[in-house]
Every structure is written in structure tokens, then in C-alpha cells.
Design a protein around this ligand. Structure first.
Ligand code: FHN
Length: 583
């Protein structure tokens, strides 16, 4: 116990004098995020004492990593699992080999889950793997295996800790476990000490925080912890669960909160989110930790298409494995990892180092892309292979494209029409799960009817509500015959945007067609400038009128026009269209 107190004391002093983190430029942030954005695919591992009961407790079999809470196991009884943890079949090289086989570029393992048990030799507690019969430092072995096989080693770490005497609050059902003498500040020192071990001692590439939702954890603590961890390693990545800004399972970060990327859980955002980094984490069946009764495994096809879906929206896919207590992966997980790996052997180029699709949606599948100096490569992920042999890429107006099958390089003929590009494909799809057609053309994609609006021949530009791209939780297209407008705009931080293609540059007068019972203001950004437009009350959400804004100058080529609410005195407004016309 003495060594822990000394460790805590040292950490407390060091923690109190930690250096502030210098401000980071956008370029520095992009450099720090680069490997993560390029990787697109990682392995999540939930493993610990909770794996021993395998989801079962006193006749119920739907538990997993939360078992101490969901089965209300008293601490003393749960601690007995320490004596049973002896994963003699654990082989770090084999785990990393399987991650690599699947095409995963990084691995995130639960260093400590909510139960407080630590998978490494921590100076700050004996509730760790060194107190078990196994007596091996699992994180160290996994870190070394990752290093040997060029997979980035990363760690999940739970802020919430059901074991540590100083963590508060207790579980509601723990009526006999006193919180008398609990000192949350002392817990924070413990937490910082362990974070320092993981960052400096194990070189974790991501600190994947979790368990941030309880009242004792605050935005201030989150922001402070973010800065503290970055002060230990400026290049580390930290997810948004370090702070309090995560929007539930949808996982994206609300403004003003810390975190390098959003963490949707068991779901994938409905559209790409320009300028936002995120990673969807998902189980292969229905449980994070090992549950031997859970046979609801997602198919390999479904998992491959989820990976493609994430990449097509500019996000990462963190796919979970819950190892058994003996240290082996379930056969069903191994089968899926190998199946995904087979697909990645052929199609990895269409996932790694790609960015989001330029299309809002495609009828037959998804798209990822790579931009080169003066050309674009689209990877068309075709789930539903056209029986007609003609694959229409709707709204793509570029000319002189080259197309081929990624699987075997077979050249394909391309046709052009006002509806878009048609690629003539063989009768049989190279891969029934998803076949990749590679499309190369000069310049940037020119899209019609996919959120990209073409300038009219008279130079004007009409931006209708139904062609807008939406960013935020509530705002969306109100498909009502009388309205046909941007609606449900309750949160001024929500925004809408249009991609515009201009053939004639110039200065344009802005006009807004709106309906709002109360006066309100919007901010319009276009061509690098911004303006506030006051929208007088029209009396009703269905009573539209046109209000003039200022003027804006736009160059030839692609431009973006975006609107968001002005926070101060915000009142929702319905926007039917924005019009840019020659003054
Ligand atoms: O409570 C945890 C849960 O056990 C699991 O670790 C997931 C994985 O992201 N995170 C929390 C639930 O959101």
C-alpha cells in the first residue's frame, strides 16, 4: 500500500504542475489526425474479469461487461474473479495477426473498463492483472505485438470506476457499501496517474475515454484531462468521451467540448459530415464483452458493407471482439475477421487513405474517393450489380473518364448523358458482397442534383431547400406540399449548405424566402465572406416572404453556400430557398 501512496503523491505533485498545451493550428491538427483518417478500420477489444462469467449469473444470461452492475454483484464477491483470471491461451501475436488479417490498422483494448480492473501492471493499484494467477502484463505484450506487426496500439479507459473507493457515485443498489471517506479529488489523482502510465509507459496512440456520463465528471474536468493527456504526448488522439459534449449514442460532439473525434456507437451517421472526424464502434453480435449465449452474429457481408458505409461518409469503423476468459477469440469472430480480410485483400485501396463520397446517396451502393493533383479517383462500391450491364452514376457530369474493375483491372466503357455517367459492366459481379469499379477523370467531380447546384444560364443561382445538405440533429427538409422548406430548425447551431458550380464569376445579390412567426437572424457564409441577415416575422411557419440580404462575390468553379442561426434571440425559421442573382 505504501508504494501506491508514494506513487499517488508523486503524481499529485506532477499533476499540479503540468504544462498547459500550446494552441494547435489546423495544419498541426490535420497532421496529428492523418494516420487515423487514413486507417479507416480498427479492432476494439473488450476483455477483463467480466469475461469469466461469460454473460451468465444466477440463471440470467444476458450480461456482459456490465455484469457487476446488471447482476448487482457485491464488490467482495466480484473481486473473487481476480483469482480465476488465468487466460493461458492468450497470445498477443495471434490477436494482432487476426486484426491485421482483417485489414485493421489499429487496435483499441479496454485497459480498464467500468469495473475498475486493470489489464496492465499499474503502480497505483493491486486490482490489476499482476494480482491474478496469470501475472503477465497483457497491455505490454499486446503493445509489443502491435509494434512487431505495424498495428497501432491504443487503449480504451473508463472514467467511471465501480471499484475504486474514491470514485463517486456508488451504484444505487450498493446500499451497504459506504461512500464515507471517499475523496473524488484523490480518485482524479489516481486517474491521472494511470493515464500517465498508459501514455508514457505503453505509448498508446489513442486514449479512448468512456464512462464520462455521471454527474461527478464535468466539462471542466474533461477539458483539463484532455490538456493533461496532450501535455504527456502532443501526438496522441483523444476521443470526445473525455468531455461532456457527446450527443448520446449518435456520438458526435456538440460545439465547445473537447475531443478529436466523435464516437457514434452501434450506428453509422446517415450522411457524411464535412469537416468532422468520427469513428463508429460496433459489436459483431449484441455484446461488447464475451457472452457465450449470444448467437446473434452480424454476417460478414453486413460487416464489410458497414466498413464501406463508414469510409464513404468520411468516418472510421471500430469493430469489436469480446475474447473468452481463456484468451481465445470466438470462432464466429475469427471467421468474420478472415472473411473481411479476403475482401480487403482485393479492395483495400478503396478504403485506406480515402475521403467521403461526393454523392449524397447512390441507388446501388456507396462511393469513396481520392483526390490527386488535378484529377479525381472514385471507388464505386456496387452492392447491387446492375442486371442491365449499365451502371448509372447519377448526376456526374465530368467527361473523358476511364473506368476499370478493381478486382482484375478489366477496362470498362463509359457513356455520358445529362443524367450522368453510365459505365458498361460485365454480366457477373466480381464480388457479391461489394464489387469496386474505379473511375478516374480530370479535375473535381461536377455533380448535378446531388447537393451540387449548377448556375443558370442568366447567371443566377437558385438554392432550393430540397437540395440542401443538413448538419445537426433537428434541422431537415420539411417535405410538405405547401411548405417544401428547411424546417425543424430549433437549434441555431444546426446548419444547411449547398455545393454550387459556377461557370460565370461575379457579385450576387442574396434573397431569402422564409417563414417565421417571430423575427430572427441567420448567418450566411459564401465565397469566404459572411453576412447576418435579419428575417422579419411573417406571422406563421407557412406564410413565406422574400427578404433581401447583402451581396457576395463568387469565383468560377465550385463554391459552398451555408446558413446557420444566430444564437442571440434565435427564433426558428423555415427557409424555402436562397437565391443569388445579378444586382
Ligand atoms: O458502457 C460502455 C459499454 O460497456 C461499452 O464499453 C461501450 C463501447 O463503446 N461504451 C459504453 C456504452 O456507451
Amino acid at each position: 500500500m505504501r508504494r501506491y501512496l508514494i506513487a499517488l503523491l508523486i503524481c499529485g505533485v506532477l499533476g499540479a504542475i503540468r504544462p498547459a498545451v500550446a494552441a494547435e493550428s489546423e495544419q498541426q491538427f490535420n497532421e496529428r489526425m492523418e494516420w487515423f483518417r487514413d486507417a479507416r478500420f480498427g479492432m476494439f477489444i473488450h476483455w477483463g474479469l467480466y469475461s469469466i462469467p461469460a454473460g451468465e449469473w444466477k440463471g440470467r444470461s444476458n450480461h456482459a461487461e456490465w455484469i457487476r452492475d446488471t447482476a448487482q454483484i457485491p464488490l467482495e464477491e466480484y473481486n473473487n474473479f481476480v483469482n480465476d483470471f488465468n487466460p493461458t491461451n492468450f497470445n498477443a501475436n495471434a490477436w494482432v495477426r487476426l486484426a491485421k488479417r482483417a485489414g485493421m490498422k489499429y487496435l483499441v483494448i479496454t485497459s480498464k473498463h467500468h469495473d475498475g480492473f486493470c489489464l496492465w501492471d499499474s503502480k497505483f493499484t493491486d486490482f490489476d492483472v499482476m494480482s491474478t494467477p496469470f501475472k503477465r502484463d497483457i497491455l505490454k505484450e499486446l503493445r509489443n505485438a502491435c509494434k512487431r506487426q505495424d498495428v497501432r496500439f491504443c487503449t480504451y479507459h473508463s472514467i467511471m470506476d465501480w471499484h475504486h473507493p474514491d470514485y463517486l457515485p456508488r451504484r444505487k443498489w450498493e446500499t451497504t457499501r459506504t461512500s464515507e471517506g471517499a475523496d473524488f479529488e484523490r480518485y482524479l489523482t489516481y486517474l491521472r496517474g494511470q493515464l500517465k502510465e498508459l501514455v508514457r509507459g505503453y505509448g498508446t496512440g489513442i486514449l479512448w475515454f468512456d464512462g464520462e456520463w455521471e454527474s461527478t465528471w464535468t466539462h471542466e474536468l474533461g477539458a483539463e484531462t484532455y490538456d493533461y493527456v496532450r501535455s504527456l504526448n502532443r501526438n496522441i488522439l483523444i476521443n470526445n468521451r473525455v468531455d461532456k459534449g457527446r450527443r448520446g449514442m449518435q456520438g458526435l460532439t456538440q460545439g465547445g467540448f473537447k475531443g478529436d473525434f466523435g464516437t457514434p456507437e452501434q450506428e453509422i451517421p446517415s450522411t457524411g459530415i464535412p469537416g468532422v472526424d468520427w469513428e463508429s464502434c460496433m459489436t459483431m453480435n449484441d455484446h461488447w464483452g464475451w457472452n457465450k449465449a449470444d448467437k446473434n452474429w452480424k454476417s460478414t457481408q453486413d460487416l464489410i458493407r458497414k466498413l464501406i458505409d463508414c469510409a464513404s461518409k468520411g468516418g472510421n469503423f471500430l469493430l469489436n471482439v469480446g475474447p473468452r476468459p481463456d484468451g481465445t477469440f470466438p470462432e464466429e469472430a475469427v471467421e468474420r475477421l478472415e472473411g473481411i480480410g479476403k475482401w480487403m485483400d482485393v479492395n483495400y485501396d478503396s478504403i485506406y487513405n480515402t475521403t467521403a463520397s461526393p454523392f449524397r446517396k447512390l441507388p446501388w451502393g456507396r462511393c469513396t474517393q481520392k483526390r490527386f493533383w488535378n484529377s479525381t479517383r472514385l471507388y464505386l462500391h456496387v452492392f447491387d450489380w446492375p442486371a442491365t450491364g449499365q451502371l448509372l452514376v447519377p448526376g456526374l457530369l465530368n467527361q473523358t473518364a476511364q473506368a476499370r474493375l478493381l478486382a482484375n483491372g478489366q477496362r470498362l466503357t463509359v457513356g455520358y448523358s445529362p443524367e450522368g455517367m453510365t459505365i458498361f459492366v460485365p454480366e457477373v459481379a466480381p464480388d457479391l458482397v461489394s464489387s469496386t469499379v474505379v473511375l478516374d477523370f480530370a479535375g473535381e467531380p461536377i455533380l448535378k442534383g446531388q447537393g451540387a447546384i449548377l448556375q443558370n444560364s442568366d447567371g443566377s443561382i437558385a438554392l432550393p431547400a430540397e437540395e440542401a445538405l443538413f448538419f445537426g440533429e433537428g434541422i431537415r427538409f420539411e417535405d410538405d406540399a405547401q411548405r417544401n422548406c428547411i424546417g425543424y430548425w430549433m437549434n441555431p447551431a444546426d446548419s444547411a449548405a449547398w455545393d454550387v458550380v459556377l461557370y460565370q464569376d461575379g457579385t450576387f445579390q442574396i434573397a431569402v424566402e422564409h417563414a417565421n412567426p417571430e423575427p430572427t437572424r441567420i448567418e450566411l457564409q459564401a465565397g469566404g465572406s459572411s453576412m447576418i441577415i435579419s428575417l422579419p416575422a411573417t406571422g406563421d411557419y407557412g406564410k413565406f416572404q422574400v427578404t433581401q440580404g447583402g451581396t457576395v462575390s463568387l469565383p468560377v468553379g465550385k463554391a459552398s453556400v451555408a446558413i446557420r442561426g444566430v444564437e442571440q434571440n434565435w427564433n426558428p425559421a423555415n427557409i424555402r430557398s436562397i437565391r443569388l442573382s445579378r444586382p
